[in-house]
Ligand binder design. Structure first.
Ligand SMILES: [Zn+2]
Length: 170
C-alpha cells in the first residue's frame, strides 16, 4: 500500500477493525517515511468452514455467537472495545485460515481460549469454565494449576534471557 502523499512504498498498519459481519476491514495506516495517516477498506469474500458440533451436526459459522461468548467472558474486565474487536478479528481470521471445509466447534473453542489466555487470565478462566463445562471442582483446579505452571515457565525463560543479556553487556 503506497502512501498517497509521498508515494513511499512502505506503510504500516496501526489499527484494523472489522465490520460486524466481517465483510469489510478498515485499516488505519501510517507512512513510514512521512508519517501521513490514512484509512483503507478491504472488502473481502468470506468463506467460513462449516462448523461440526460435538454431536456431529453441521451448522453455518455464526460470528454473533462467538461475539456473545467472548464478550461475556470479558464482562467488566479492563479490556478496551478496540482490543475486543481485534480479538474477534484474529479469531475469525484464524478460522478462515483453516483451509478445510469444516472446523469442529472444539477447534473454535481452542482458538478462542488461546486468544483470551494472551489477553486476560480471568476472561480465559471464565470462558474455559463455560466451554469445557467443568463438572467438578478438580478439573477446574487442574486448569488453574496448568496456568500457574505455564506462568512459572515463562518467568524462568524471562529471567534466563535477562541474565544472558547482562552477561553480554559486562
Ligand atoms: Zn508518506
Amino acid at each position: 500500500m503506497w502512501c498517497p502523499r509521498c508515494k513511499e512504498k512502505e506503510t504500516k498498519v496501526i489499527d484494523s477493525r472489522v465490520a460486524k459481519e466481517l465483510v469489510c476491514i478498515r485499516r488505519r495506516r501510517e507512512c513510514v517515511a512521512c508519517g501521513y495517516r490514512f484509512t483503507t477498506r478491504e472488502y473481502i469474500e468470506v468463506r467460513y468452514p462449516r462448523v461440526v458440533k460435538r454431536g456431529g451436526g453441521r451448522s453455518q459459522f455464526d460470528v454473533s455467537k462467538l461475539r456473545r461468548g467472548v464478550s461475556r467472558a470479558l464482562d467488566k474486565r479492563p479490556v478496551t472495545s478496540e482490543r475486543y474487536e481485534q480479538m474477534i478479528t484474529s479469531i475469525c481470521e484464524r478460522i478462515c485460515e483453516t483451509s478445510e471445509d469444516e472446523i469442529t466447534s472444539q477447534a473454535i473453542g481452542e482458538l478462542t481460549l488461546k486468544t483470551l489466555q494472551q489477553e486476560d487470565e480471568v476472561a480465559y478462566v471464565r470462558f474455559a469454565s463455560v466451554y469445557q463445562s467443568f463438572d467438578n471442582i478438580e478439573s477446574f483446579h487442574a486448569l488453574i494449576e496448568h496456568m500457574r505452571e505455564q506462568k512459572e515457565e515463562q518467568l524462568e525463560t524471562q529471567t534466563e534471557s535477562e541474565q544472558s543479556d547482562a552477561g553480554r553487556t559486562t
